[in-house]
Design a protein around this ligand. Structure first.
Ligand code: ZN
Ligand code: ZN
Length: 414
């Protein structure tokens, strides 16, 4: 039987503070959280002070107020983000505070609004917080994306449950996806992160020239650029502190060569993109480029996305995830990239991360592209792994080694 709710909530908060953010004595913590569900943040604050944090500041988000603003505010203020909020984010980031980002995005929030007004509102935030977001992108401070339930999100996942139990069910799902079911989640996470670390070290040492994905519905070969770097699990921030940027996280990932994908691939899970649910689709590749899209629904929307810019028809990420992980086993669809991306091995169309290539962060745009990196305004992950998927690593000389068999890692990493 599961420990009671309060015990698991405390364990989740401890996991966030001690493993995710790895709060250091004297450090400050900045939290972004939904106002409607403060219980976790209160526990996090307690655990953070216990770990030696100097201060904990919280910015409460309110989806309903955001909706009212998009609906009613005069157009000339829609592109203005409040100065005092931007100041709070940007000064915290400059000081090197830890950031906990627990907001739970509701992709359907603005669905009945004028898209242009919604877009102005969203862009104002990104523009005002650019200093913080840029520093976050290069791990200039320790940060963690995690989730707490909101009523809208819970209702989307469990539409048939009574409203009173929807959030309870979502909490249960979050706890078990984040391995906070058992006795000692912090120990369970140390073991999990150690396994991810060993896998990525093994793959980095191998430096395969290509990966071959094969199942009944997929036959895809992805070239990997020389100097590609497998990441996953823990990261190290500029201040030298180790942290985990996502809880949950199950993947090791790198970038495929933008010009060397060939074959075809079929998705193995529905994908929620901008609030629409695409059941299944298949893509064909030649020389790294998507040459054909076949979708069960929203075919036109997918084609439009693939054509949205130069890099949107190429790949920017390949990630390996064991099919037996808690999210994969649950078969739940979370309508949220943080969770859904970790369900299975996946690839992403669009932008590659600069840090996925050795020296990539200091390359010019042209150098990055010449080395095999892809750039785009979009980055959309879709799941291709399953318990039927085999993955081979292909070495420079063309010889093959087993990387995954029937969805599980096939090598013993030590
Ligand atoms: Zn990924
Ligand atoms: Zn991704």
């Amino acid at each position: 039987m599961n420990p009671d709710f309060e015990t698991r909530l405390d364990a989740y908060a401890e996991l966030i503070v001690c493993v995710g953010l790895n709060i250091q004595p004297g450090q400050r913590l900045f939290v972004r959280a939904p106002r409607e569900n403060p219980a976790l943040v209160h526990r996090v604050a307690r655990a953070a002070y216990h770990a030696g944090a100097e201060d904990v500041q919280v910015y409460w988000e309110d989806d309903v107020l955001d909706l009212i603003r998009v609906e009613r505010a005069p157009r000339q203020v829609l592109d203005q983000y409040p100065d005092w909020v931007a100041y709070a984010y940007n000064t915290s980031s400059e000081r090197g505070d830890a950031f906990l980002l627990t907001f739970s995005p509701d992709p359907a929030l603005f669905q009945n609004q004028d898209p242009e007004r919604a877009d102005l509102f969203r862009r104002a935030r990104v523009t005002a917080l650019r200093p913080m977001l840029q520093k976050q992108a290069r791990n200039g401070f320790t940060w963690l994306a995690a989730r707490v339930p909101t009523q809208a999100w819970a209702a989307r996942l469990f539409p048939n449950a009574a409203p009173a139990v929807q959030q309870e069910k979502l909490w249960d799902a979050i706890f078990s996806m984040c391995r906070v079911d058992g006795g000692d989640p912090v120990a369970a996470w140390r073991e999990h992160l150690d396994a991810l670390e060993k896998r990525r070290a093994y793959m980095n040492a191998k430096q395969y020239a290509a990966l071959h994905f094969k199942s009944l519905v997929t036959d895809l070969t992805l070239g990997l650029p020389r100097g590609h770097v497998w990441e996953g699990g823990q990261s190290v921030a500029e201040n030298g502190v180790t942290f985990v940027a996502n809880i949950p996280t199950e993947e090791i990932f790198t970038l495929p060569h933008r010009a060397q994908a060939r074959g075809y691939v079929t998705t193995t899970r529905p994908i929620s993109i901008n609030g629409v649910l695409i059941e299944q689709f298949a893509l064909a590749f030649e020389n790294g480029r998507i040459t054909r899209v076949v979708a069960q629904n929203y075919q036109a929307a997918l084609e439009k996305m693939v054509a949205s810019d130069q890099g949107a028809a190429h790949l920017g990420e390949v990630a390996l995830v064991a099919a037996s992980n808690p999210i994969g086993r649950s078969k739940l669809l979370f309508y949220d990239g943080l969770y859904d991306e970790n369900a299975a091995s996946h690839i992403a169309i669009g932008r590659a991360y600069r840090f996925s290539l050795g020296g990539g962060e200091t390359m010019s745009a042209q150098e990055f592209e010449d080395a095999g990196g892809n750039d785009s305004a979009i980055h959309e992950d879709f799941m291709i792994g399953s318990s039927e998927m085999d993955v081979d690593g292909i070495l420079e000389d063309g010889s093959r080694e087993a990387v995954m068999r029937q969805g599980e890692f096939a090598f013993e990493a030590s």
